[in-house]
Design a protein around this ligand. Structure first.
Ligand SMILES: Nc1ncnc2c1ncn2[C@@H]1O[C@H](COP(=O)(O)OP(=O)(O)OP(=O)(O)O)[C@@H](O)[C@H]1O
Ligand SMILES: CC(C)(CO)[C@@H](O)C(=O)[O-]
Ligand code: BAL
Length: 279
């Protein structure tokens, strides 16, 4: 595996592959890799001739400085995992390599920026689109692979890809879970044993809503789902919503048309998100 730290070296390295019409797959990550990330790499290796994984803890998408400071950075373990997974190129830039001072980014994310993650993490998607645009522009991938765990992020990136005619095939990959159902996340390692148990509430409440989607009205479903989080001081629910899969606007009726339940919750000091398709 080739490890590259500068944009100049990466674009130079990729040029001959591009000229030879190699299909390039890009898997953008923030590191602290787990099986969720590896599943994206696997998909890229199946569909592309060369797989580039980026590890970059992007400061502009963090609205909480403590969250940024505490973000895990186990680069030695990550590198080993990437070699084992058959990654071809690891792009590992410093912050100063990706940003210069007083840089502006004015792509408007629109309505998706005001709801759910956009509401609770102001400026988050501005930072995500800023870095993903840079990575797309640099790597010029044929395909880019993202996890459905960050479902709203996928819709935001899809919109940018369409709005700016970037022409990249975007692939949404299923959520990889621990055996008990907890969605894998780099932030899970911050949970203590008790919090790890309580974190399962996200999966359990989503599963309840999926299994009972046609049994109760939407308001009853939401009330029962929110009930999972009540009376526990370690769980601070930010939102539990049942939305249309395309717009992420609240569903009005529980029909069979593209519904998704999404949740964000603080478990102790760790913020977790999860979601589940309902139809
Ligand atoms: N459990 C998972 N299954 C599938 N894809 C995942 C999973 N977790 C993360 N991903 C995807 O991996 C890519 C990189 O995500 P990232 O590096 O932020 O990892 P993460 O585990 O989501 O970390 P965190 O949620 O703590 O920020 C994203 O496209 C994300 O959606
Ligand atoms: C897409 C991404 C790598 C951009 O920093 C990040 O938001 C993530 O890991 O999901
Ligand atoms: N996987 C989303 C990255 C973030 O939480 O900032």
């Amino acid at each position: 595996m080739k490890i590259i730290k500068t944009q100049l070296e990466l674009s130079g390295y990729l040029e001959s592959f591009r000229n030879n019409k190699f299909k390039i797959g890009l898997v953008p990550t923030m590191g602290a890799l787990h099986n969720g990330h590896l599943s994206l790499i696997e998909q890229s290796k199946l569909a592309c001739d060369l797989t580039v994984v980026s590890i970059f803890v992007n400061p502009t998408q963090f609205n909480n400085s403590d969250d940024l400071l505490k973000y895990p950075k186990p680069i030695v373990e990550d590198t080993k995992m990437l070699v084992q997974a058959g990654c071809d190129v690891l792009f590992l830039p410093e912050v100063s390599e990706m940003y210069h001072n007083h840089e502006e980014w004015n792509y408007g994310v629109g309505a998706l920026d005001k709801i759910l993650e956009g509401e609770f993490r102001p400026g988050h998607y501005k930072g995500v689109t800023q870095i993903v645009f840079k990575l797309f522009d640099l790597v010029k991938p044929t395909r880019a692979f993202f996890g459905q765990k960050d479902y709203q992020q996928f819709l935001v990136i899809k919109k940018m890809n369409d709005d700016l005619n970037l022409g990249i095939a975007l692939v949404a990959c299923p959520i990889i879970r621990e055996p008990d159902g907890l969605a894998m996340s780099s932030r899970n390692i911050r949970l203590n044993d008790l919090e790890r148990e309580k974190a399962l509430t996200l999966y359990q409440s989503l599963l309840f809503v999926k299994e009972n989607y046609h049994r109760y009205s939407l308001s009853e479903l939401l009330e029962k789902a929110i009930g999972y989080y009540q009376n526990d001081e370690d769980l601070k629910l930010e939102y539990f919503k049942i939305c249309d899969q395309n717009t992420l606007l609240d569903k009005q009726i529980n029909d069979n048309e593209s519904a998704i339940a999404l949740v964000a919750c603080m478990v102790g000091k760790t913020r977790l998100i999860d979601n589940m398709m309902l139809s």
